[in-house]
Each structure stands twice: as structure tokens, then as C-alpha cells.
Design a protein around this ligand. Sequence first.
Ligand SMILES: [Fe+2]
Ligand SMILES: [Fe+2]
Length: 183
Amino acid sequence: MKQHSEGNGRQLSDVAAIRQCARQDLESGAVTGSYSADRDTVPRLLDEALATELACTLRYRRHYFLADGLAAESVKPEFMTHAQQQLAHADRIAARIVQLEGEPNFDPHGLAERSRAEYVPGQSLESMIREDLIAERIAIDSYKEMIRYVGSQDPTTRWLLEDILAQEAEHAEDLRSMLQGMS
Ligand SMILES: [Fe+2]
Ligand SMILES: [Fe+2]
């Protein structure tokens, strides 16, 4: 694409070139000619993240229904809130995979293997919270790695991942304080 140099040395594309480029390959929808990230790797990483979010929403739901006793009263609604937010993350990731012309994998077969976080059911309230915290920490490291990988090559995916990462950090902090409240 034709570019020109601004006073600060940064390159900007010519408006006419952007217009021209947007008219080509219309069947590619949101993926324009300037998309420079790896078209195979990014959807594959997003599929792993999708599986992780789905496994996490299932685990949180189990914890919501099984949490019992006095100590569980304050924790139960948090489990459901987290479960719903994980599902919302999964939806946003699936939508991005479609934008990248992929097909999100919702196949229950192999879901646990595709997920980066393990599905550890947890029995006591404390072990449930601990397993959730471990899974959140895995999600945080995975998203950080994906953000580093995507770099500046796919700003839309990067923004999505950063937004999700911020919420995973809130989840981890919620769980850490729940754990502290139990001891
Ligand atoms: Fe999530
Ligand atoms: Fe989370």
C-alpha cells in the first residue's frame, strides 16, 4: 500500500490506497489486505482459548451448584458471575475466529485436551476456589503469551485478548481474596 512519511518519521498509508485496498477481496469481510498476522496460527490459538473458556465456564457452574454451607453463601454468586463472564469470553473469541474466516470448535469431544486449563472438579469449597485460581493463572499466562505473539500484526485480536486478560486478572484477584477469607 502506498505510504508517506509524517514529520515524526512514521509511515501513514495514502487514503486513496486504503480505499482501493478495501474494494478488493470483499468476500474476506473484516480481514483486509493489510492483515499481516499468521492466518493459520492466530485462529488455532484462539481455538485453544475458546476451549479453555468453555472448560472454565463448566467448572465454575459445577462449583456454583455444589458450593454448600455457610461459608459458601458469599462465594456462590461469584462462581456464577465468573461462569457467565467466561462464557461471554468464549462468545467473543468465537466471533473473532469467524471474522478471521475460521470455524470455532465447539465439539465436546476433546474439549478438555484442547483447553489449556485442566478441568479439576474440586470437592471442598477451598479446593474449588484453589482450582479456579490455578485455572485463572493459566489463562493469564496464556493470554499474555498470545498477546506477545500477535504483537502489532492483528490489533483487533490483540485488543480482544487484552480486554479478556484484564477480566481474568480481576477473577484471579477475587479468588485470591476468597481464599484468604477462608483461612
Ligand atoms: Fe475467561
Ligand atoms: Fe476468568
